[in-house]
Design a protein around this ligand. Sequence first.
Ligand SMILES: CC(C)(COP(=O)(O)OP(=O)(O)OC[C@H]1O[C@@H](n2cnc3c(N)ncnc32)[C@H](O)[C@@H]1OP(=O)(O)O)[C@@H](O)C(=O)NCCC(=O)NCCS
Length: 271
Amino acid sequence: MRIGKQNEALTAIATSDADSITVRGEDLCRDLIGKIDFTDYFWLLVMGERPTAPQRKMMDACLVAIAEHGLVPSVQAARMTLAAGPDAWQGAISAGLLGMGSVVAGSSEISGRYLAEIIEKAEVDGIDVETAAIASLHDLKARREKVPGLGHPQHSGGDPRADRLLEIADDLGISGKYIDTLRILAKHAPGIINRPLPINVSGAIPAVILDAGWPLDALKAVPLLARTAGLAAHLFEETQRSIGFIMSHKADEAISYDGLIAPSDDAKTSA
Ligand SMILES: CC(C)(COP(=O)(O)OP(=O)(O)OC[C@H]1O[C@@H](n2cnc3c(N)ncnc32)[C@H](O)[C@@H]1OP(=O)(O)O)[C@@H](O)C(=O)NCCC(=O)NCCS
């Protein structure tokens, strides 16, 4: 069975023969192993060329910013999975990555697409970005939807990771249309939505990395790669000092059952 067009049977990422492995046009053993750091390699793999110095610094900063934030839901899912299946690191890492959804940890892509949508709308309608952003905020409010990239349950006064990433982007001179749009949203959102809404890390990451030249369609790779490192730390700690079943037990204690109760044997007999 053939599904889809079959005329572009090509890949440009890697090839190998008996003696060598070529990755993005460079010899893996001669040019890359021992010579390139992992952030550069990540950029080379995805983009097909090495990053410039500012691009490397921005990507490094994003990866460090999002790798770890304590016992967040995805980490809990991973640690409980490892407690239940100590032989399944791959399952536990996957459980953690699967938990990086649109609400927390995995929302960079949605925030990035939202910024791109506002920029495109402004271009298509021939209006400035500020006007497009304000209209979009009113629209989200009317639909009772959340503004992607803003708000944080703990850092309600301002997510320090976001502030730092934006500061680094400014210092590196890469701030452009995505960061400008994010800042415009953050300026107007509290007044329109009627609540404090600071830029969060999942709003800052797409803005800074898109302005650095990273593609929208590969945005999700950034938090996924970074959190894999954080999950590795949690899973190693889980093997040394397990808390997976403590979390499971505490959840059981914290949540009450309010479903139907099965009738007793006496009640059944008398019925
Ligand atoms: C991150 C987030 C889940 C934190 O939420 P929270 O502070 O616990 O707030 P809640 O989800 O309980 O919402 C509380 C109120 O604030 C509002 N609110 C919170 N974040 C909002 C946002 N980004 N835009 C609009 N309203 C928002 C909710 O609609 C809710 O309003 P209501 O009381 O009238 O129903 C939330 O801000 C959000 O979903 N942001 C967008 C997604 C995002 O950027 N996630 C990445 C987080 S790092």
